[in-house]
Design a protein around this ligand. Structure first.
Ligand code: SAH
Length: 311
């Protein structure tokens, strides 16, 4: 498997732009910048964007991409604004940070009253496809890391090595909704007393013992990796805090647009948008077309929800 050059293909791009109701001269926050696909589209249409990402590589890559003029339609003026805030708008500002601190980050950068906020949750293709980041069970020989911020927090292999059986059970059951959580947690604790579990294949060896049919293996690996990733990055609490912060930052009539990729995230978003001061635009989430999934299989689990802040 080789590392790829394409950072990330933005999911549901037209629906996201429509959902944000992007207009020239208005302000937007992209809380999950990634490769800057969505953000670039907003800037192209004359919006000012504050792009946040917890992963330094996302910030550096997007900065470079704009410098290299990959995005057509940007004037030289637009380009100058990448990474430095210059008034008057349009501007495009990139900030390294966690969206759980969105309120502070936005306040510090002149984005405390905005017209639209986007969360495109989960991981980028770059993170999944870059072996040294240790995000995917496809990578052999590298420690299972799963941290989006490489400088902060506990890598997954440390959790797998040190958490108690009960803690491991809870992580797998709660964040992976894994039916075999009890047995896998037990096997991890038993196996690590003989040999440390560090790499993807160390953990795959254990998961394999718990599948009765070959076709169960990949879905089970996905659930186990998802559970660890959510734990390592504290993803569900970060999402709750990020949404609460976004509520403070949007003007009345402002749009909240969220793309989620698994049911735990989607439930949080759905419930959040059912609260008083929101008017849901999407009763049911918008999902990618077959054609989009054919072109970009990673879009397949995407669910887009849109709400307008009413007061
Ligand atoms: N919309 C982007 C892709 C986003 S992929 C594009 O068009 O290219 C999701 C990104 O969200 C990843 O880069 C990941 O590092 C970032 N991310 C995930 N959780 C985050 C958090 N709590 N705070 C900030 N960024 C986060």
């Amino acid at each position: 498997m080789k590392d790829t050059n394409v950072y990330h293909t933005p999911v549901l791009i037209e629906k996201v732009i429509e959902g944000l109701n992007v207009q020239e001269g208005k302000k937007y926050i992209d809380a999950t910048l990634g490769g800057g696909g969505h953000a670039g589209e907003i800037v192209k249409r004359g919006g000012s964007v504050l792009g946040i990402d917890v992963d330094k590589e996302a910030i550096l890559n997007t900065k470079k991409r704009y410098r290299d003029r990959e995005i057509m339609g940007l004037t030289d003026n637009h380009r100058r604004f990448v990474s430095i805030q210059v008034s008057p708008s349009p501007s495009f500002l990139l900030v390294l940070g966690n969206f759980r601190d969105i309120k502070r980050i936005a306040g510090e950068n002149g984005f405390s009253a905005v017209d639209g906020i986007l969360f495109d949750l989960g991981v980028s293709s770059y993170q999944l496809d870059t072996s040294k980041r240790g995000f995917s069970y496809r990578w052999t020989g590298v420690p299972i890391d799963l941290r989006m911020n490489q400088k902060k927090g506990t890598p997954a292999w440390e959790i797998v090595s040190a958490a108690s059986e009960e803690e491991l059970y809870e992580i797998l059951a709660k964040f992976g909704e894994e039916k075999r959580a009890r047995a896998i947690a037990h096997d991890i604790v038993r196996a690590r007393s003989v040999k440390p579990i560090v790499t993807g294949e160390d953990l795959i060896d254990i998961v394999i013992r718990n599948v009765s049919h070959g076709k169960e293996l990949y879905p089970m690996l996905s659930r186990v990796w998802q559970a660890l990733r959510i734990k390592v990055n504290d993803e569900l609490d970060a999402l709750r805090e990020g949404l609460a912060g976004a509520e403070n930052l949007l003007v009345a009539g402002g749009r909240l647009v969220v793309v989620s990729y698994h049911s735990l995230e989607d439930r949080i978003v759905k419930q959040f948008m059912q609260r008083n001061h929101w008017k849901a635009v999407t009763k049911k989430p918008i999902v990618p077309t077959h054609e989009e999934i054919r072109l970009n299989p990673r879009a397949r689990s995407g669910k887009l929800r849109i709400a307008v802040k009413s007061v």
